[in-house]
Design a binder for this molecule. Structure first.
Ligand SMILES: Cc1ncc(COP(=O)(O)O)c(C=O)c1O
Length: 356
């Protein structure tokens, strides 16, 4: 059975959030045993929360409608109003959640600048402020993103994370992992998600990115922390009723769509290699670690806006992430044939440059 309405594009590389649930996933959703989760009575949701918590080496889980809500519940848990979180300047939590930590929780954020989102314990240790009483804002949380989205799918080093964990433990600072694409990191690095997960007080993962479910994220942490987050989830308007229908898609995704992330990574690399061969300056192959490729279209004479339009005219949808940079994202709904089309269209554009 297919995945519903077909895409109007020959290859849609805009985002890995675009995937439509497969026929088999829809069947699993239709069969789900459900109850009212605000009363804690949805068995499929319970099963998903327990499964994700177990996978990540934590006591308990909490299903949320979005990755942003899972992150903001994690932030809220560790940081009091008037305190701060610190993270990478390109982190989703600070750059793409529309100021939620400030607006919803009265929390300020400070950031370090990194190379492509690569996490270094030293950056966090340098920025962290603790033990200065009433004189400066107190750092309560370090946020790490793995893989790093705006960094271009960067996989974080477990050693650096462990180094940061030692410092934060000494200084009484919590750590939250934005693991929207943690399974991509795990598959690429050959590191079990639990190895990453155990180093953090809380972890959010997204089911609706590379894993191919239509909706949902899970926050994990201690049982007490998740009980508190359940209250805040309701306050934020995220208490759901028969959400087991969504959880069934998540369970299906965890069962069927994790190992195949390696296919997305291989297709991204194949396309990057072809583009690099056509125009060596257009992509740095060392930066292609998972399912995301960042093109330096300026090196081929393009503005990103003109490049995106030209690619679209060839049936390939891409995303401008800067004046001269374009992002390509591989996912469940871009197969080998779609990758071939993308390679044909994009290599022709980087070779020719814009029309005079
Ligand atoms: C790294 C990262 N974290 C969190 C999110 C938020 O997920 P959602 O769109 O479900 O709120 C995203 C979304 O793209 C993301 O890329």
């Amino acid at each position: 059975m297919g995945s519903g309405a077909s895409s109007p594009f020959k290859a849609d590389l805009l985002s890995d959030t675009l995937t439509r649930p497969s026929g088999a996933m829809r069947e699993a959703m239709a069969r789900a045993d459900v109850g009212d989760d605000v009363f804690g009575e949805d068995p499929t949701l319970r099963a998903l929360e327990e499964r994700v918590a177990g996978l990540l080496g934590h006591e308990a889980g909490l299903f949320t409608p979005s990755g942003s809500m899972a992150n903001q519940l994690g932030v809220r848990l560790h940081v009091k109003p008037g305190e701060e979180l610190i993270g990478d300047s390109l982190a989703h939590v600070v750059r793409a959640e529309l100021g939620a930590a400030a607006v919803l929780s009265g929390i300020s954020s400070r950031t370090w600048v990194s190379e492509r989102g690569r996490f270094r314990a030293g950056d966090a240790a340098f920025l962290m402020i603790t033990g200065v009483g009433p004189y400066q804002v107190c750092t309560s949380l370090v946020v790490v993103e793995n893989t790093h989205n705006f960094g271009g799918g960067t996989v974080q080093s477990l050693d650096e994370i462990r180094r940061a964990r030692r410092v934060t433990r000494e200084r009484g600072v919590a750590m939250h992992l934005d693991g929207a694409r943690l399974f991509n990191a795990s598959v690429a690095a050959g590191v079990p998600v639990s190895d990453y997960g155990r180093e953090f007080d809380t972890v959010s993962i997204c089911l609706s990115k590379g894993l191919g479910a239509p909706v949902g994220s899970v926050l994990v942490g201690s049982a007490d922390a998740m009980a508190e987050s359940r209250v805040w989830r309701k306050r934020f308007g995220g208490g759901m009723r028969q959400a087991g229908i969504l959880a069934a898609a998540g369970l299906f995704a965890l069962e069927h769509n994790v190992e195949r992330l390696a296919d997305d990574h291989a297709r991204a690399r194949r396309a990057a290699e072809a583009i690099a061969e056509a125009a060596p300056g257009a992509v740095d192959l060392a930066t292609v670690e998972t399912n995301i490729v960042i093109l330096d279209v300026a090196a081929a004479g393009w503005t990103s806006a003109a490049f995106v339009d030209a690619a679209l005219a060839g049936g390939v949808r891409t995303y401008a992430v800067g004046p001269g940079a374009v992002r390509l994202v591989w996912h469940l709904d871009v197969d080998d044939a779609g990758t071939d089309v993308a390679i044909d269209v994009l290599t022709a554009l980087v070779r020719s440059g814009p029309a005079a």
